[in-house]
Ligand binder design. Structure first.
Ligand SMILES: [Zn+2]
Length: 266
């Protein structure tokens, strides 16, 4: 009796060996290396939604021009990365559609590009947002303005299930993204602000958190870039110039390239 029991135990141990080694093989040698293959670039606003309006510039036009340049630089310099745009012209994708395009395409990164505005005309500089609610009350004006786009959409009440962009309580439903996506988003956002400051000489207002609808639903690292204030005459002039757009787009491109390198190395 005892012998047959021992035999059974021995047999089960032998049967387990391939699974044990199989486990090691899968973890050590067969794990596919992560490659950033696809990025969704989102030019904020568009069509009947001009976004912020400066003395002469409309936010939607600045955003589109810079976004198309970022895409062009990626295609020229990172041929293994596919670029998908939420819009390539003056059209009006809804705030809900934009991240859905990224999810449908199983993108590895989502970058939304915007331009800022403030009642205080002397305010200027760049800022990059990641999804989050830490200290967002101090940025509530920007958050509210960007999210209010949904009020221009048909059937917004049904599509956004009672979400009211001007009520702070509405933001209770915004859950944080996964820790790893959050950390990667912050790393890219840091990089973008550093490039704006060090390479383009802009004033960086830093990396901030905000419950932006467009950053809530993408299931990949995602950031929202504010290129500068159209309410500030000097900054508006810079962003309207071809040179300004090229500088800002190449800064964003370089950050994406560095982010890709660092994430693939880890
Ligand atoms: Zn905007």
């Amino acid at each position: 009796m005892e012998r047959s029991k021992n035999k059974k135990i021995l047999l089960s141990l032998i049967l387990c060996i391939p699974f044990l080694f199989g486990g090691f093989i899968t973890n050590e040698t067969m794990m596919p290396k992560f490659r950033m293959k696809k990025i969704v670039l989102d030019a904020g606003h568009g069509g009947r939604d001009p976004g912020n309006i400066g003395a002469r510039a409309k936010e939607k036009d600045i955003n589109l021009a810079v976004t198309l340049l970022v895409g062009k630089y990626i295609k020229e310099n990172l041929p293994d990365v596919e670029v998908v745009y939420t819009r390539k012209d003056d059209s009006f994708p809804t705030l809900k559609e934009r991240p859905m395009i990224a999810n449908r395409n199983k993108a590895d990164l989502f970058v939304s590009i915007h331009s800022n505005s403030a009642a205080n005309k002397s305010a200027y500089g760049t800022e990059t947002f990641v999804m989050g609610t830490k200290h967002f009350e101090s940025n509530f004006d920007i958050v509210k303005r960007e999210n209010s786009v949904i009020l221009l959409e048909d059937n917004y009440a049904e599509n956004y299930e009672g979400f009211d962009p001007s009520s702070p309580e509405s933001y209770m439903m915004f859950n944080l993204m996964s820790k790893v996506h959050f950390e990667n988003s912050v790393s890219l956002a840091d990089n973008i602000e550093k490039q704006f400051k060090d390479r383009v000489g802009r004033k960086s207002r830093g990396v901030k958190q905000g419950p932006f609808y467009v950053l809530w639903t993408p299931s990949m690292p995602s950031v929202l870039v504010e290129l500068g204030f159209l309410s500030n005459t000097t900054e508006e002039r810079f962003l309207m110039s071809q040179e300004g757009k090229e500088y800002m787009a190449s800064a964003i491109f370089r950050s994406i390239r560095d982010y890709k390198e660092s994430i693939e190395a880890n």
